[in-house]
Design a protein around this ligand. Structure first.
Ligand code: XMP
Length: 495
């Protein structure tokens, strides 16, 4: 993949002691060069792409592993829309595993291991299980672990006494409509509609539980035909780990919970300890898919790939809430980083992620035109209904919070949960906390982003992501070119 970059000038400076590399570019410094197109409609392009060596997505968008961006709700929405969410790691191992399990259970046309409760347990315990696991029903079992009823939110709606026995309030077995273990979705749908029910327990011949089908899951299956799913039909999900203390324990627990991909999340991923953790994980779990990062150079990309990375995450300091470049003086302009890292990764047939600094759909097209297979978004997905955190009103406008994972606030919150409570004042932040306007549903945001990307693909005359990666060429623009690109000489009505 050879990229053409038409430059207005190149400066190279070197002396014995110091080298200044040739000019490097950010998204705003360039435009993709329009090319002959055979599109009938701007939306004709397809957006299927590789996340890792083995995992494919239907849209090239990943929600960032930040605690104001991705927990279970965002990950579910992202996978339903064809992308993936990476559950952040700034929580206990148990909480992160629970979030992964929530996603894996969400759209499972057939839930093979539904939550159960024994009929002699109490309403209090049932409510606890339902709340902790975000489910609205439990299958009830008898002393020989056979199906004896179902308890749904309808059964318990107005009941308050926590000591009530489940067998007194459940819908009993003789009133249940059930299906066999190998029922198909169409037959299940018929039974649900005919009997006006929302849950269909599945049983083996001996009346032991074989699964559960819910009308919500069937509805979701048809509503989100683009959903990114695993071989068992479940939504896919990723989770981040660090490189210190509990890294291997956390990774092991996440893989046991059947997470699809791990992200080794280090600000400076081109480091000895990061590579050590990557190698250990690849030795221990040879079938796992592991994304490693972040790096910004060809050398960093090569070293991670040779240590076993199935995908490399690119970006040092471009993020909207990052202060790494200001605090440390280090980084690499993102567009050039993507071009240089993609050229290296292509030699090994390993995809890369462009992480951070994406401000609009045009930047997504540029990132892919530069060689990325996917993009990771923080800012653009924060402030949505699905991002964690409260919505609040300031001066009549609704906001949520976004924060860098290396910000002071994120570090303080982390220390409260760990043993390192006394070290907060010694911390040197490399990120900030900020208000972000409330944006509504993530589905609408993704719709606009993918619409813009597809339109961009049509301008480049490329019909799919691989084509855009291979054929995207850029021209550098000047300050007046940037001004010309933005709305100018009018007062916008919406502002
Ligand atoms: P955007 O621009 O989409 O970027 O908001 C999200 C990415 O920013 C990175 N990130 C950080 N970088 N200090 C940093 O230097 C931080 O505190 C920080 N928090 C997140 C991360 O790569 C994320 O995906």
């Amino acid at each position: 993949m050879k990229k053409v970059l038409i430059l207005s000038y190149i400066s190279i400076f070197a002396c014995d002691a110091v080298t200044i590399k040739e000019k490097a570019f950010s998204y705003d410094d360039v435009l993709l060069i329009p090319k002959y197109s055979t599109f009938q409609s701007r939306q004709d392009g397809t957006t299927k792409t590789r996340l890792t060596k083995k995992i494919w997505l239907n849209i090239p968008i990943i929600s960032a592993n930040m605690d104001t961006v991705t927990e279970a709700e965002m990950a579910i929405a992202m996978a339903q829309l064809g992308g993936i969410g990476i559950i952040h790691r700034f929580n206990s191992i148990e909480d992160q595993v629970l979030a992964v399990k929530r996603v894996k259970r969400f759209k499972n046309a057939i839930i093979r291991n539904p939550f159960t409760i024994n009929q002699d347990e109490t309403l209090g315990k049932a409510k606890r299980i339902m709340t902790e696991n975000h489910v609205t029903s439990l299958l009830v079992t008898d002393e020989s672990n056979k199906l004896s009823g179902i308890l749904t939110s309808r059964n318990i709606k107005f009941l308050e006494n926590p000591n009530l026995k489940i067998k007194e309030i459940m819908t009993p077995r003789d009133k249940l409509i059930t299906g066999t273990k190998d029922i198909d979705i169409e037959q299940a749908k018929e039974l649900l509609v005919k009997n006006k029910i929302e849950k269909l327990p599945l049983i083996h011949n001996d009346n032991s539980i074989a699964g559960l089908i819910t009308s919500k899951d069937i509805f979701n299956k048809t509503k989100y035909p683009q959903a990114a799913i695993d071989e068992k039909g479940r939504l896919i999900v990723g989770a981040a780990i660090g490189i210190k203390d509990d890294a291997i324990e956390r990774a092991t627990a996440l893989l046991e919970a059947e997470v699809d991909v791990l992200v080794i999340d280090v600000a400076h991923g081109h480091c000895q300890q990061g590579i050590k953790v990557l190698k250990t994980l690849k030795e221990k779990f040879s079938n796992s898919q592991i994304i490693a990062g972040n790096v910004a150079t060809a050398q960093g990309t090569r070293d991670l790939i040779q240590a076993g990375a199935d995908c490399v995450k690119i970006g040092v300091g471009p993020g909207s809430i990052c202060t790494t470049r200001i605090t440390t003086g280090c980084g690499y302009p993102q567009l050039s980083a993507i071009i240089e890292c993609a050229q290296e990764a292509d030699k090994f047939d390993v995809p890369i992620i462009a992480d951070g600094g994406i401000k609009n759909s045009g930047d997504i097209t540029k990132a892919i035109g530069a060689g990325a297979s996917t993009v990771m978004l923080g800012n653009l997905l924060a402030g949505t209904d699905e991002s964690p955190g409260m919505t609040f009103v300031k001066n009549g406008k609704k906001y949520k919070v976004i924060r860098g994972m290396a910000s002071f606030g994120a570090n303080l919150a982390r220390n409260e949960k760990t043993t390192d409570k006394n070290n907060a004042e010694k911390y040197v932040p490399e990120g900030v906390e900020a208000l972000i306007p409330y944006k509504g549903s993530v589905q609408e945001i993704i719709f606009q982003l993918i619409g813009g990307l597809k339109s961009g693909m049509s301008y480049c005359g490329t019909h799919n992501i691989e084509d855009l990666r291979a054929k995207g060429d850029f021209v550098q623009i000047s300050a007046s070119g940037i001004r010309e690109s933005n709305v100018h000489d009018v007062n916008e009505l919406a502002k």
